[in-house]
Design a protein around this ligand. Structure first.
Ligand SMILES: Nc1ncnc2c1ncn2[C@@H]1O[C@H](COP(=O)(O)OP(=O)(O)OP(=O)(O)O)[C@@H](O)[C@H]1O
Length: 476
């Protein structure tokens, strides 16, 4: 299971002297033998990069700060994996010293657990599921105004990161410049491109998708620029390429980082001239298209490695949008779960509070796509379809603040490997249906119309299901 990785800012922390005890059974690090690194009166801020408080920040003036989830903390975090008194930050004119007074889950920097550390601005500390960065005031990123929206097209999110993104999308959608969207797989790049199109003056024109990773290299040019009859074997008639088909609208070039080097000059020419030549033809055809490209790759890295042309990169990236990974905005999970359930035609009650609490702690390496798939599986198969959640706090420090333990025998359905897959799956679904219907009808005190409404299913279908499971007590 992939875990969120600490940010590289930790390389400026001089955590070198390992004080592992004589048994060598720990990796604690202290640096007090080193001179404190000078911050020279630079006022520092502590910015939460990820976790439930992502986006919050505190100015650090000289003094002592208690960081934790306890009420008396000066820097109060709502992360359940953070101890009440997790870290002490001693800030003075010459540096910042971080001391872990014995937190339950430990304090980390660059994957290393520490007890005491001299920290320099730029370093990222990890406490529980939260990453905290020390930033000089001068480098504080200028906050973009937050959009009041919690959705832009089909993209949803109410975290600070997403609402900043919506502000940017509102502005750039209105224009004509080409856009490059970057983000890990499953972060919603395609939805974002579509939303830019539907919020742009071109919304009435076509939205054409060319998935450059899914097209055979030999067909790429014909797919993008079109061909004339007889241009190659199999070219039985003239065909317009994606640019021509998108005339008056938007062309979404998905996975643009996969474009082979030899096709890149032709794409660059098309973008510069706003003209294409079909394969096998000598005539140029003019198009009026806004290009939105997307990649999950580090395209600047590809340019440096010589895999992607620098001039094409700059041509595509007139405007840039970066979609944050879901692990950096876990506070979006509840809204995303509700959105997925709604799109599946299921009510919010289809997932228990306990299941939701677990989903809100998972780092989602496959981002929103993975969340959608997990929700789908859990709704249909039960909690055994949940992914393993890494780093759950244990043992509980304060049982009243942790999700209830999963000791309900009904919640674990044994999987029988003696049965063929389809039969085993049907059996699990049958069991799920029965449990769901029983709980639903109990909650709605036998009122089938209300139960159908709450479950978001047709009343006649619900009655049929109840009859199938012997739960319908009303006269036929
Ligand atoms: N912010 C979001 N709100 C709602 N649904 C989302 C969001 N982000 C992604 N999704 C959903 O997640 C799935 C993946 O989204 P999409 O295909 O746009 O991702 P992507 O970044 O283009 O992925 P890839 O790089 O693998 O092509 C889709 O089902 C999409 O509806």
């Amino acid at each position: 299971m992939r875990r969120p990785t600490p940010q590289s800012g930790c390389d400026i922390v001089r955590a070198v002297a390992s004080l592992g005890d004589e048994d060598g059974d720990d990796e604690l690090v202290r640096t007090d033998a080193l001179p404190a690194i000078r911050v020279q009166r630079v006022r520092t801020r502590l910015v939460v990069l990820s976790g439930p408080d992502a986006g919050r920040d505190w100015p650090l003036m000289p003094g002592r700060y208690r960081v934790g989830s306890g009420r008396d903390a000066d820097i109060l975090l709502s992360d359940r994996a953070v101890s009440r008194q997790h870290l002490i930050l001693d800030v003075n004119e010459s540096g910042v010293r971080a001391v872990d007074p014995g937190s339950r889950n430990g304090s980390y920097c660059e994957g290393m657990r520490f007890q005491e550390l001299e920290v320099r601005t730029g370093a990222v500390l990890k406490l529980g599921t939260s990453e905290l960065k020390l930033m000089p005031e001068s480098e504080r990123p200028r906050a973009r105004p937050l959009s009041a929206r919690s959705a832009f097209g089909s993209l949803v999110g109410n975290s600070r990161r997403m609402r900043e993104l919506f502000t940017l999308l509102e502005r750039l959608s209105a224009g004509e410049s080409d856009v490059l969207i970057q983000g890990e797989t499953g972060t919603g790049k395609e939805l974002c491109a579509e939303a830019i199109h539907t919020h742009s003056p071109r919304a009435r024109g076509p939205f054409v998708i060319a998935d450059l990773a899914g097209i055979a290299p030999s067909l790429l040019e014909s797919e993008l620029f079109g061909h004339v009859k007889g241009a190659f074997t199999g070219a039985h008639s003239d065909r317009a390429g994606a640019f021509e088909r998108a005339h008056g609208g938007t062309l979404f070039l998905d996975e643009v980082g996969e474009l082979p080097l030899e096709v890149q000059p032709r794409l660059l020419r098309a973008l510069e001239r706003r003209q294409v030549k079909r394969v096998g033809s000598n005539d140029y055809r003019t198009f009026d298209v806004r290009v939105v490209a997307a990649t999950h790759q580090d395209l600047e890295g590809s340019v440096q490695a010589g895999r992607f042309r620098g001039d094409l990169f700059h041509r595509l990236a007139v405007l840039r949008v970066s979609l944050p990974p879901l692990r950096e905005r876990l506070e979006d999970v509840p809204l995303l779960v509700d959105t997925v359930l709604q799109r599946m035609g299921r009510p919010p009650s289809a997932l228990s509070d306990q299941t939701r609490a677990l989903l809100a702690q998972y780092p989602w390496p496959g981002n929103v796509r993975e969340l959608r798939n997990v929700v789908d599986r859990v709704v249909n198969l039960g909690d055994e379809a949940l992914p393993d959640i890494p780093d759950l706090p244990s043992p509980p420090e304060d049982p009243t603040t942790l999700p209830p333990p999963s000791d309900d025998p009904e919640s674990t359905r044994p999987i029988s490997l003696d049965l063929p897959f389809k039969e085993a799956k049907d059996r699990i679904i049958e069991g799920f249906e029965r449990d769901y219907l029983r709980a639903l009808i109990d909650r709605c005190e036998g009122n089938v119309s209300r139960a159908a409404r709450e479950a978001g299913i047709d009343r006649v279908y619900l009655r049929k299901l109840l009859r199938k499971h012997g739960l319908d007590t009303s006269p036929a």
